[in-house]
Design a protein around this ligand. Structure first.
Ligand SMILES: Nc1ncnc2c1ncn2[C@@H]1O[C@H](COP(=O)(O)OP(=O)(O)OP(=O)(O)O)[C@@H](O)[C@H]1O
Length: 714
């Protein structure tokens, strides 16, 4: 960087209007480069307003021949108008590139381009702001001194609210200029967190940009320590893919899968801020909501139900209902006019065996069977001199004797009933789990008291996934164009399969951290997980630079790594914040009060505060906060200037972040999980939610893996 950012709100920096790399004397705001940039901002805003007014003025009354087309057009225009909103507080552009030679920027040759969230052009069609996703914008993220990509100047802009207040230049072709960490990037990363997750479009880093712009055809898996930007990268990647493959993805659809609703609420505004309003979001549970989930499984049962072997058990069970005709009396006789046509049992048996051998869905084979029998009838008709056409074939296929035979041979199967039977009928399960599940595993999945029917069954989340698998065996699940799967380390193999079939003909972005896996079935390797997803050839990338957690805190949390994920290296941090870690031991009797006091202290700072505790401690802490007169929110409820404290059960902390985190009783967080490794992983997640700092308040001893004489006390 040639100069640190100039900003009006930083006493170390000159007032607005000061040139960044010229003299640092105060300059009137209406002169110099900053004034010129502000003028371009004002002109771009006016151009955007004009574009929106044009879209609003579109008269569609004669544009479409029919009602459906007119509705589609209207919806398109509504979307366009919405996407052209000038969001106050969201800068229209955040960067500028000056090239040495003219390059193509959205159809216009030039040497200077402003990079922003969306494309803006003037009345003559010339670009005022180029979409960050356009090819010409790429050097903004990737150009370096080593490889300037034709860029002579990269300028980053700083804003306060909607106002342009600073800029920062890098002269990439100037060998004399030393490389520095961008002050604007640092400022962006350190901006206090309130409200939902923000986009990072102005500061995407080169290694993140490579993932964001990876092609649509391939699946990318990102392993990354807490706060390395996996979620941010995944969301920006969807926005990028929608830009680069708009038509194809508009047809096929895109989906972001997250671990729970509060997480989805936390991230839901990122894509709209990037102008993308059409991306669906769901949890895995919502994707497979074919039955109402009211039950829970023991960890042992859920692990077996989530194992990929269950897919084979289901397949066997489903196909066991198919009966290959054997006796001669099982042939089919069709009467047409005065003639009778008989297809012998052995011929039908051959067709059935062939359909079983082919890898087609149960339902598709069931539809093919009557056609195949009818075809055999037609062949016989032709041989005896008749000339039947397709209509005759269709009529034979629909005839009562053929229908009756098909019902007998290839019965219709209700996937829900199939799963119900497997989980209730020990003999049926044993027959189809033979050689796949041990007797103990079979006992684990069987209901102790089988329900009377589908409605009264207390289905668990894992059962719903089994039903989804069974449905897919009967009828193929539709595939989307692209699926982003976040916190992927927690999925069971059967859940991977459920997500995988929803991008069977598309691609996926898989995001996760093996060290944060907190389910008994959590992925041990990305290779195995990706093969369950049906994308064994996916590339695994690693992100190692942490943007959330200050170094002191991530180093503290990383003490757990040898116990929870020995193969993974600790994350780095771009953030140094002295005094960011405080560990306080207090007497057991005063724990609640001390925790409330730590929260009050954290609330004295700007930004959000998260109080994270073992799930079962939440009610007690709610009481302690109440007694201290502190208002608090539940995760997923939006923090505001009025209420900035969230009480977070440890089980819901994943993926979230708070400016300051107060973590109560780490030992209880560990003890809240069925085994120690999972407990320590849960603790690792809780320890890595903080942006500015972490206060650990405990009465019990700290878990040995975390405790060490060198831990700072305060
Ligand atoms: N290039 C960047 N510029 C500015 N901020 C960034 C950048 N990359 C990530 N961040 C910020 O760092 C924080 C962590 O990002 P994110 O939640 O995507 O990380 P993650 O890897 O998904 O973390 P976790 O594993 O804890 O879920 C967010 O506040 C995000 O906005």
């Amino acid at each position: 960087m040639s100069a640190p950012a100039r900003s009006s709100d930083d006493p170390a920096r000159p007032a607005p209007g000061a040139p960044a790399d010229g003299p640092t004397a105060l300059a009137p705001p209406d002169s110099g480069p900053l004034a010129a940039e502000r003028a371009h901002l004002a002109a771009s805003r006016a151009a955007l307003r004009a574009m929106r007014a044009d879209a609003e003025a579109l008269d569609l009354s004669d544009a479409a021949a029919n009602w459906v087309t007119a509705e589609t057009l209207r919806a398109d225009v509504r979307r366009r108008i919405a996407s052209l909103a000038d969001l106050s507080g969201t800068p229209l552009f955040f960067g500028r590139l000056d090239f040495a030679r003219p390059v193509d920027g959205d159809g216009e040759y030039g040497t200077r381009f402003y990079i922003g969230r969306r494309h803006v052009h003037d009345a003559g069609g010339d670009p005022m702001v180029i979409d960050w996703r356009a090819p010409v914008s790429q050097p903004f993220y990737r150009a370096s001194k080593k490889d300037p990509l034709g860029v002579v100047l990269r300028r980053r802009f700083g804003y306060d609210g909607g106002e342009l207040t600073a800029y920062e230049d890098e002269r990439l072709s100037d060998p004399g200029e030393e490389e520095r960490v961008s002050a604007l990037l640092r400022r962006e990363i350190e901006r206090p967190r309130v409200g939902p997750m923000r986009d990072i479009v102005a500061t995407i880093q080169p290694e993140q940009d490579e993932i964001v712009r990876a092609g649509l055809a391939g699946t990318v898996c990102v392993q990354g320590a807490p706060g390395t930007g996996k979620t941010a990268v995944g969301l920006h990647r969807v926005a990028y893919l929608l830009y680069a493959h708009r038509e194809r993805l508009a047809r096929s659809g895109t989906l972001v899968v997250g671990p729970n609703r509060s997480f989805l609420r936390y991230i839901e505004q990122v894509l709209p801020a990037l102008g993308e309003l059409e991306v669906k979001q769901a949890t895995v549970g919502e994707l497979v909501a074919h039955v109402e989930v009211r039950g829970t499984d023991s960890p042992a049962a859920a692990t077996v139900k989530g194992d990929a072997r269950m897919a084979r058990v289901l397949r066997r069970a489903l196909r066991s209902g198919v009966r290959v005709p054997e006796g001669p009396e099982e042939g089919v006789t069709v009467v047409r006019g005065s003639r009778r046509w008989r297809i012998p049992a052995h011929e039908i048996a051959e067709t059935v065996r062939e359909l079983l051998a082919r890898d087609i869905r149960y339902g598709a084979a069931r539809e093919a069977l009557p056609q195949r029998i009818a075809h055999a009838v037609l062949v016989r008709m032709e041989r005896s001199g008749e000339a039947p056409d397709d209509r005759v074939q269709a009529a034979v296929a629909r005839s009562a004797p053929v229908k009756a035979a098909v019902k007998e041979i290839w019965p219709q199967v209700d996937p829900v009933k199939l799963v119900l039977r497997l989980l209730s009928d020990a003999a049926f399960l044993a027959e189809h789990a033979e050689g796949l599940l041990t007797p103990e595993e079979q006992r684990a999945v069987l209901w102790e008291r089988p329900p009377r029917g589908v409605k009264s069954a207390r289905w668990s989340a894992a059962d719903a996934v089994l039903i989804d698998e069974a449905r897919d065996l009967v009828e193929r699940t539709g595939s989307l164009g692209h699926v982003v799967l976040d916190e992927a380390q927690d999925l069971s193999p059967m859940q991977y399969r459920a997500v995988g079939r929803r991008c069977g003909t598309g691609s996926a972005t898989v995001l996760g951290d093996l060290a944060q896996g907190t389910t008994p079935w959590a992925a041990r390797s990305w290779e195995a997980a990706l093969s369950h997803l049906g994308k064994p050839d996916a590339v695994v990338e690693e992100l190692t630079t942490g943007f959330r957690v200050p170094r002191e805190v991530i180093d503290y949390a990383s003490r757990l790594l040898p116990a929870i994920a020995p193969g993974l290296s600790p994350a780095g941090s771009v953030r140094e914040a002295a005094g960011s870690l405080r560990v306080r031991r207090v007497p057991g009797a005063g724990l609640g009060g001390e925790v409330a006091a730590a929260c009050r202290e954290a609330l004295g700072r700007e930004g959000s505060t998260g109080l994270i505790a073992a799930d079962e401690r939440v009610p007690v802490l709610a009481g302690a906060l109440g007694a201290a007169g502190l208002d608090w929110l539940a995760p997923g409820e939006e923090t505001s200037a009025r209420c900035r404290l969230t009480l977070v059960p440890a089980s819901l902390a994943k993926g979230l972040e708070y400016d300051w985190v107060v973590l109560e009783e780490p030992a209880a967080v560990v003890a809240g999980e069925p085994d120690r490794r999972t407990g320590l992983r849960r603790l690792y997640v809780a320890l890595t939610r903080a942006v500015s700092g972490l206060t650990v308040v405990h009465a019990e001893s700290l878990p040995a893996e975390l405790d060490s004489p060198s831990a700072s006390r305060g």
